[in-house]
Design a protein around this ligand. Structure first.
Ligand code: CAA
Length: 271
């Protein structure tokens, strides 16, 4: 892995592995993977390298992992895209929006697709992803939190979809989960005003599953992880598949999907 540092803890290679690449740390401890955006001095601002690192984590996630926690080091979950992208110089080695504007359509499409790959895998049925969000989650930061299945937040959280205020659209896979979570009208309100959503509103409109005091965030996440790991793994995967497909199916189709999944479960459990 380019630019990566890897180390093992506990003397046993199977116990805990920690790898860092481009300011993204991944720690795998048995069935739990914890991804930490680790550039607190820049409020975990994200670059194309961040998204490539996230995508690579998704590609190489060990099969035993059932829960993925995504968090940010320091006072903010993430201040969104690195603002150097808006400057002519851009981010060293990664270009700028000015250079991206000059690329041909195919190259541009490919680059955006690669960026989105860093976010998309967090929805896989084989895992449950939890965003542990404190402080600011702006733009790409908000969208990263939206990529996760669940959001547990600190009481100082402030979500903001700032892209439209900067002349951009949210394009890091966040628009669909936002609409699904809060409804179209509220999503339009949040995005087209680029206003801040604080903890109480986030809880009320379904953006957050739980709000806790900042100092209790890690414990609240640990508790949720323990609850998730307590259920049968294969049943969890099949149930997530069913739930994810529900909105796109008619009731009749959904009932058929339930029958199919249950038949597989019962055969696996009782034969
Ligand atoms: N990019 C690069 N650097 C950033 C950054 C960002 N998005 N956000 C903060 N930083 C840097 C600051 O420049 C500062 O660096 P120095 O110490 O070297 O001066 C450091 O992080 C600390 O920042 P603050 O002093 O501002 O920290 P704060 O805690 O007082 O405020 C904040 C935090 C409210 C997040 C504020 O930093 C801020 O508003 N940041 C910009 C947010 C933003 O506009 N992001 C773009 C979102 S749009 C998007 O993400 C688009 C997309 O996906 C396509």
């Amino acid at each position: 892995m380019a630019g990566a540092q890897a180390r093992q803890r506990g003397g046993n290679a199977d116990e805990v592995s920690v790898t860092t690449e481009h300011g993204v740390r991944i720690e795998v401890d048995g069935e739990i993977a914890t991804i930490t955006l680790d550039r607190p001095e820049k409020r975990n601002a994200q670059t194309f390298a961040t998204w490539s690192a996230l995508a690579r984590i998704g590609e190489s996630l060990p099969e035993q992992v059932r829960v993925v926690v995504v968090k940010g080091e320091g006072p903010s979950f993430s201040a969104g895209i690195d603002l150097r992208m808006f400057t002519p110089e851009g981010v060293p080695g990664q270009g700028s929006f000015s250079s991206a504007a000059k690329s041909d359509d195919v190259t541009f499409e490919q680059r955006m697709r690669q960026a989105q790959a860093g976010f998309l895998w967090l929805r896989r049925p084989e895992i449950v992803s939890i965003a542990a969000v404190q402080g600011h989650a702006i733009g790409a930061g908000f969208q990263l939190a939206l990529s996760c299945d669940l959001r547990i937040v600190a009481d100082d959280v402030s979500f903001c979809m700032k892209e439209p205020a900067l002349g951009l659209v949210p394009d890091l896979t966040g628009t669909k989960p936002l609409v699904e979570l809060v409804g179209l009208a509220k999503a339009i309100d949040i995005c087209l005003t680029a206003r801040t959503v604080h903890a109480d509103e986030a809880m009320r409109i379904g953006l957050a599953e739980k709000v806790v005091a900042g100092g209790d965030l890690d414990q609240a996440v640990r508790d949720k992880v323990a609850q998730l790991l307590a259920v049968n793994r294969d049943a969890a995967i099949a149930t997530k598949r069913l739930l994810q497909g529900a909105q796109g199916r008619s009731l009749e189709e959904q009932c058929a999907a339930e029958r199919l999944e249950q038949a597989a479960r019962i055969k696996s459990l009782f034969t």
